[in-house]
Design a protein. Structure first.
Length: 436
């Protein structure tokens, strides 16, 4: 597992061109450019060598931002603008004493954010996640959390919601089993929650945690559970509670066993897909109600040794119903992306004009959005009507109960009056001065 998690990144610019980054064995980062039909154009290496880990994104102005940690401990910040690269050293890490992993870069409120984890080489099971921010050209570093994990795995996965909150799922050893925990920050005060939330019961070893936040800010978590040496796909969804609290609940999905690599989630037109790899197969599950129910999708027979895992960042999908953080692809003559319908619109050639494809795709997005809005309105009306019917039934039940009580009281009063009039010599009769 984890064979491709760090080395590859894919960027899509505003005109649908692909730039694929890959870290070679010599420590050089190779950049390969493809047109909107996935046809190779050119490639070259960044001039920096001996890179250990790196991360790359593209912003709304088509500027590419890349951070790279070298063996010497220098953390370089590269920027690609107007077909030129510039760089600056922003930090110095102790690579002689520590090992570093899972470097991630993202832009939040026009500010560069960098998150990574490190462990001391002497005690490599204790990992610490750190957060670096760039505010007004000043770089600041914060400790997020420390935990126990093994050095062979990718211990955490992050994503952001529309409010700017960064969420992390990380894998920590707890009671001899590896478990998945959730932590998040407050972006307004730049403070991380110090009370991690356990996402699932403490049973079975868990690995390959993956976090995805959809366009409606629902949190989805998937990972693999090692049950008798069989890696089973598990899916959890988080509900927000008061006091900045999230409650994770398992939702049943079709059985997917014998997984061999990290599963991923992405969203297209309001549909969620979970992609998974098993021996000689790649397949997906899908949900049309944001994770409440799941069904089997397609499954393809492939040579999984030729399948690559890549992070994805784009400036192409500017509409709200497409969000893809990672993907699986292979390469022969062209890039082949698995089960990502949105990318087919980039690859599709209609009179050699990509704008025609975008207009067609945008039209479909609008149609889907309108259908979803109508469905939501219908659901709301049904719920409102159901509530009204429930209220009417409750009122009717209360009225019937009151009438029955009133009838019982009237019968008892009649009975008492009958006794008063028949027992003329009784104390009560004298008390009320009834004539004999």
């Amino acid at each position: 597992m984890y064979k491709n998690l760090i080395n590859k990144h894919t960027i899509i610019n505003s005109v649908g061109e692909f730039i694929v980054f890959q870290l070679g064995n010599s420590g050089k980062i190779n950049c390969s450019f493809y047109d909107s039909e996935n046809t190779f154009l050119k490639d070259y290496n960044l001039y920096k060598e001996n890179i250990l880990i790196y991360s790359v994104i593209i912003d709304e102005k088509d500027i590419i931002h890349l951070v790279a940690l070298s063996k010497s401990g220098e953390l370089d910040y590269f920027k690609y603008e107007d077909e030129k690269w510039s760089n600056a050293i922003i930090a110095k890490f102790d690579t002689q004493s520590n090992t570093y992993n899972n470097l991630s870069i993202y832009v939040l409120n026009k500010s560069i954010n960098i998150i990574y984890c490190y462990a001391n080489l002497i005690n490599s099971s204790i990992w610490t996640i750190q957060h670096i921010t760039n505010e007004k050209q000043i770089w600041n570093k914060y400790n997020v959390i420390s935990f126990i994990s093994d050095k062979k795995s990718i211990p955490f996965c992050l994503d952001k919601d529309s409010f700017g909150t960064t969420h992390i799922l990380y894998r920590s050893i707890n009671n001899k089993n590896s478990q998945v925990f959730h932590i998040f920050n407050n972006p307004f005060i730049n403070k991380w929650n110090k009370d991690p939330e356990k996402t699932s019961p403490l049973s079975y070893n868990k690995t390959s945690p993956y976090l995805f936040i959809d366009t409606c800010d629902n949190l989805h978590g998937i990972w693999l559970e090692n049950i008798n040496k069989n890696y089973i796909l598990k899916y959890y969804k988080a509900n927000y509670q008061s006091h900045e609290k999230y409650i994770w609940n398992e939702i049943k999905i079709p059985l997917v066993s014998n997984c061999i690599d990290t599963p991923i989630i992405f969203e297209e037109n309001g549909m969620l897909k979970i992609l998974y790899l098993t021996k000689n197969h790649i397949g997906y599950l899908y949900s049309v109600d944001y994770g409440n129910t799941w069904d089997n999708g397609e499954s393809l027979s492939i040579d999984t040794s030729k399948v690559c895992f890549s992070r994805l960042n784009d400036n192409f999908f500017k509409y709200n119903k497409v969000k893809i953080n990672n993907l699986y692809y292979s390469f022969e003559n062209k890039l082949k992306f698995y089960f990502v319908d949105s990318l087919d619109y980039i690859n599709k050639k209609t009179d050699n004009n990509i704008e025609t494809n975008l207009e067609e795709y945008n039209l479909q997005i609008k149609i889907v959005d309108n259908i979803e809005k109508v469905n939501m309105q219908i659901q709301k009306l049904l719920i409102d009507n159901e509530k009204k019917l429930i209220n009417q039934e409750e009122i009717k039940s209360i009225i019937i109960e009151v009438l029955e009580n009133q009838k019982n009281i009237e019968e008892k009063i009649a009975h008492v009056l009958e006794l008063l009039y028949t027992q003329k010599d009784s104390f009560i009769a004298k008390l009320f001065n009834h004539p004999k």
